[in-house]
Design a binder for this molecule. Sequence first.
Ligand code: NAD
Length: 498
Amino acid sequence: MSKEYTRAYWEKLGQELKIEGRNFINGAFCDALSGQTFVRIRPMDGKPGATLARSSAADIDLAVKAARDSFESGVWRHKEPLERKKIMLKWVELIRQHAEELAMLETFDVGKPVMASLTVDVRLCADGIQFYAEMIDKMYDEIAPTGPKARALVRKVPLGVIGAITPWNYPMIIDGWKLGPSLAAGNSVVLKPAEQSSLSAIRLAALAHEAGIPAGVLNVVTGYGEETGKPLALHPDVDMIAFTGSTEVGKLIMGYAAQSNLKRVALELGGKSPLIVFDDADLDAAASAAAWGCFYNSGETCHASTRLLVQRSIQDKLVKKIEEVARTITLEHPFEPSAAIGALIEEEHMKKVLSMIADGEKEGARRAFGAERALSETGGYYVSPGVFVDASNDMRIARQEIFGPVMVSIPFDTEEEALKIANDTIYGLAGAVFTTNMDRAHRVSEAIHAGTVWINTYDMSNFATPFGGFKQSGFGRDRSVHAIDKYCDYKTIWQQFN
Ligand code: NAD
């Protein structure tokens, strides 16, 4: 990157930015019908930030109607595929042109380093939408085998109105994972971002409209889970909910679908992913992967490597190395260009993380380093990366998501024991194995019950690979060509000849 980004540069941009906090429905900004708003507190310094629409069921009704009308009119789904592709690619271009502004909005909302927002979150959002835009004019339907007296077309058709409900940890990336394939398939969408992170979603929708996505095809309604997300998930005219968030709310979403119209549901939920290190592993590689896998994004990552399963004889040595890597993962104010990690999402969440750390000590795990409140003079919500050692898998810190930069090291003696601990969790999102024995690497990677398993690395992926979980980490996959399937269904058209 040729441009020099300094803290002063971002501070100036932050002051100049015109921030939009209203809903985007049917191609226009609008306040909540009740006129109610709420204020987002910025996690970087605890100061009040944007004012947002506090929407309710009436706003959801409006947005769902706009989405339904646009779907039924065919204004998007019946456009020539090449034309839809061009429009979506134009949207991608606009996202890239507005990358700094989008990065700033993301950082204001969630407190992650603005350089990470720029070089990771905005980039991956644009890349993800591009991936699906490029598929639009390359998807074929099928003709089923029949006798000569009939022709049976098997058409892949969009579902209709998709409700997308997204979390705050990677807002733009996850919005891109939902919007890319659902819009590419020809659906109309109502997106309800997390109340903590609505700004980038509102801007994304406005840019989509500017690119030529017709009014009503992409709507954003902001507000709280119970007040805004719930009526969307209960709405009788929504055909599917694509949800990413906690397992607890994922279960509610399934209930809402059952109570209303049996809408389809795809759930990307929590995780407590094991990273297994055997004594023959390259310990430097394992330490680096474990530290970045757990501490990146301040640990607010669903597939973070939160459970380190380490062969007993090497635990101390490995944890020392992890500490050395952790020291290079600089925790700073998010505008500092050298910041690798920033603030946690909000004060309440920081308190929860600190209370789980206190629980870990009470339960008898030993805090090897870190895991303390940091940068409190900023007024923001920061916790330093840290590791608990000699933990056991039945402790609360090993069973529940902490969603902060806290790793729990659990020693094991045999491969069988490592696998038993790895799979002894309600989750099944991700996992990893570090060993130089390739037979073992493959045996173990097959046996870990998780949607993604890495061998001698962590958190590597691209858009070609599906992402999602088993067990209570949910079902349905984001990313890859397969993600489009969940936003479509097959329709048979049978013609009989005389
Ligand atoms: P959350 O479940 O609290 O909220 C997610 C979304 O659901 C938000 O938009 C929220 O407003 C909405 N919501 C809350 N209550 C609702 C209700 N009753 N009805 C409808 N909507 C409701 O999750 P979070 O705290 O925003 O995000 C963190 C969680 O997300 C973690 O558990 C994390 O593991 C998970 N996550 C999973 C993935 C994945 O791909 N598997 C990715 C990122 C985050």
